[in-house]
Design a protein around this ligand. Structure first.
Ligand SMILES: [Zn+2]
Length: 497
C-alpha cells in the first residue's frame, strides 16, 4: 500500500491559509489534510483546484436549522415583489414552465400583499395561465390564499373568486395533500446542495422529526450527502434515542459517518414576537398577570433529571431559551445537573448570567440575523432592556463560545448573512442597532467554523475556498462572499463554474 503522501486525492494549489495567511498548496487524502507546503512544492494530485490566491478556511457550519421546513420554503415561488394580481399569475406561469412539474402536482407561491395591488386576485386569472394546475398562492401574512379552479377541486371547495380568507383559508390549506417522503427528500438534498454552495460543510438539524432515521434514508437515496448533518433528537425523543443506543456525536450507520447524532432538544420558553419568551420583567401592556412575563414551557426540575439521565447515556442537551429568565433557568439546570451543553437563541441575557456560559461549559447557539430582523419588535417589547439583547460582544467578553446559525426557515440558511449581521448589526442601510454589541470578522467566522480559523495538517478536510479574504472586504460586502469551492470529508461538494 502506498503512503497517502504520494497519492493525494485532492490538491489545492495557491491558496492563502486562513485569514491573512501565506500562499500555500494544501494536500488532502482520505478525508484529511495531509500536507501544507510552499506553493509549487507539492506533487500533483488526482484532482487539482487552483485557488488563484483565494482564502482557504475551515468549512462553515449552521448550528441551528429546520432543514425540511427550509427545503419546503425554497420550493415555493417567491411572490414578495409582485405588484399586481396579473403579475403574480404571470410569475406563477413562468416558474411552473421552468419547474418541470407535471400539471397535476400542487404548485405553491408565497408572499404576495394584495392590499397593495390595483387589481383583485381571481381564480379565472389562474385558470387562464395554468389551466390544469392546482396552484395556490399564499399571502405574506398567511391569512389569505388564492386558489386556482384545479386547486379548489382538489380541496373540494366551491368559491366564487378563489380568494379564501381566515378560517376558510386555513381549512383549505390543511386539505392540500402533503408532499411525499420522496419529494421532501429531494427538496432536502437540493437545500443541502445550496448550503454547500455557500461554503457550508455541516448543519445541525433541529427538525421535529425522527431526524437520524430521515437523514439515513436521504444518505442512502442520494448515495452520499453533500454536507455533514448533526441530527438533533426531537423534544420528547430522549427515551427512544437511549433505547436505540444513540450517543451524541456518534455516526449514524449507512451515512459514511456524515450524519451524526445531535443533542436532545427541549424548549424552555416561547418567542419574542408572540411575547411568550420568558422574562424577568413584564412585557409592556400585557394585562394578564399570568402571561405578563411570557411562558415557561419546561419544568426546570424535570429538565435537571432529563439532563442527568441523558448524560448517563452519552447524550447532551440543547435548550431553547429566548427570554432572560428562561436563560437564567436553563443555566441553573445545567449547573444543577453538572453537565455542559447548549442554549439555543439566548436572545435576552441578564448581566450576571453572561459569565455562566463559560463557567458551565454551555455554548450559546445564536442567530445574528435575528438581531437585525427583530430589532423593531425588540425595541417595542424589550424596551429599556435591548442593551443586553443579542449581546454577542458581551458574551464573547465573558468568555462564552458562540456558534452561529440561521434557524432557517426563520432566517435564510446563509452563514454569510449571519456573519455580516454580527459584524455590522444592521441591514438595508439602517444605522447599526446597538453597535456596541457588534463583533469582529475573525470572531464571527470563528463562531461559524466551530472555533477554528486556520486549516492544519491532520484536520478533517472540511474546507471552504473563498475568492477573497473576508477581513479584506468592506463589512457590507460580507453578506455576498464569493465561494469558489466547498470540500466535505476531502471531497468536492461544490465548485464554482
Ligand atoms: Zn429553531
Amino acid at each position: 500500500m502506498s503512503g497517502p503522501a504520494f497519492s493525494p486525492d485532492l490538491l489545492l494549489r495557491r491558496v492563502r491559509r486562513g485569514l491573512g495567511g501565506p500562499e500555500v498548496d494544501v494536500r488532502v487524502a482520505n478525508g484529511t489534510v495531509i500536507g501544507i507546503e510552499v506553493t509549487g512544492a507539492a506533487p500533483g494530485g488526482a484532482e487539482v483546484i487552483d485557488g488563484h490566491g483565494g482564502t482557504l478556511l475551515p468549512g462553515l457550519r449552521d448550528a441551528h436549522v429546520h432543514l425540511s421546513q427550509w427545503a419546503a420554503a425554497l420550493q415555493r415561488v417567491d411572490l414578495a415583489a409582485t405588484g399586481s394580481a396579473v403579475e403574480a399569475a404571470e410569475v406563477m406561469r413562468r416558474k411552473h414552465s421552468e419547474s418541470g412539474l407535471s400539471a397535476g402536482q400542487v404548485f405553491i407561491g408565497f408572499g404576495f400583499r394584495d392590499g397593495l395591488w390595483p387589481d383583485a386576485p381571481h381564480k379565472d386569472l389562474l385558470q387562464r395561465v395554468l389551466p390544469q394546475v392546482p396552484a395556490v398562492l399564499i399571502s405574506q401574512d398567511l391569512h389569505c390564499a388564492w386558489f386556482s379552479p384545479a386547486a379548489l377541486r382538489l380541496v373540494d371547495v366551491d368559491h366564487p373568486t378563489g380568494l379564501l380568507r381566515e378560517a376558510d383559508c386555513f381549512e383549505a390549506l390543511r386539505r392540500l395533500p402533503e408532499a411525499s417522503a420522496d419529494e421532501t427528500d429531494g427538496w432536502a438534498i437540493e437545500a443541502a446542495n445550496r448550503a454547500a454552495a455557500l461554503g457550508v460543510t455541516e448543519i445541525t438539524d433541529f427538525e421535529f422529526t425522527d431526524s437520524t432515521v430521515v437523514w439515513a434514508r436521504r444518505a442512502q437515496r442520494n448515495g452520499r450527502l453533500p454536507i455533514r448533518v448533526r441530527a438533533a433528537i426531537r423534544p420528547g425523543g430522549m427515551a427512544e434515542a437511549i433505547e436505540r443506543g444513540q450517543r451524541t456525536g456518534a455516526p449514524v450507520p449507512g451515512t459514511d459517518a456524515l450524519v451524526t447524532v445531535g443533542p436532545c432538544k427541549t424548549l424552555m420558553d416561547g418567542s419574542l414576537n408572540t411575547r411568550t419568551a420568558f422574562c424577568h420583567d413584564p412585557y409592556p401592556g400585557v394585562v394578564d398577570p399570568l402571561e405578563a412575563r411570557g411562558l415557561l414551557t419546561q419544568d426546570p426540575d424535570e429538565l435537571v433529571s432529563l439532563m442527568r439521565t441523558a448524560a448517563q447515556h452519552g447524550l447532551s442537551f440543547a435548550v431553547h431559551a429566548i427570554g432572560d429568565l428562561a436563560n437564567t433557568l436553563a443555566l441553573d439546570c445545567f449547573q444543577a445537573a453538572g453537565v455542559g451543553g447548549r442554549i439555543e437563541h439566548a436572545q435576552l441575557v441578564s448581566e450576571r448570567d453572561l459569565p455562566r456560559f463559560a463557567e458551565l461549559g454551555v455554548i450559546a447557539g445564536v442567530q445574528p440575523s435575528h438581531a437585525v430582523e427583530d430589532r423593531d419588535v425588540a425595541d417595542l417589547q424589550w424596551n429599556s432592556r435591548t442593551d443586553r439583547a443579542y449581546p454577542y460582544a458581551s458574551l464573547l467578553a465573558a468568555g462564552a463560545t458562540l456558534e452561529f446559525g440561521s434557524d432557517a426557515p426563520v432566517s435564510r440558511l446563509d452563514p454569510w448573512n449571519a456573519i455580516a449581521a454580527a459584524v455590522t448589526r444592521t441591514s438595508g442601510g439602517r444605522p447599526p442597532w446597538h453597535g456596541e454589541q457588534a463583533i469582529g470578522v475573525a470572531d464571527a467566522i470563528s463562531a461559524s467554523t466551530g472555533g477554528r480559523l486556520t486549516p492544519s495538517v491532520g484536520d478533517r478536510a472540511d474546507l471552504v475556498l473563498l475568492a477573497q479574504d473576508p477581513t479584506e472586504v468592506a463589512a457590507e460586502d460580507l453578506a455576498q462572499m464569493n465561494v469558489l469551492a466547498t470540500i466535505v470529508d476531502g471531497r468536492i461538494s461544490h465548485r464554482a463554474e
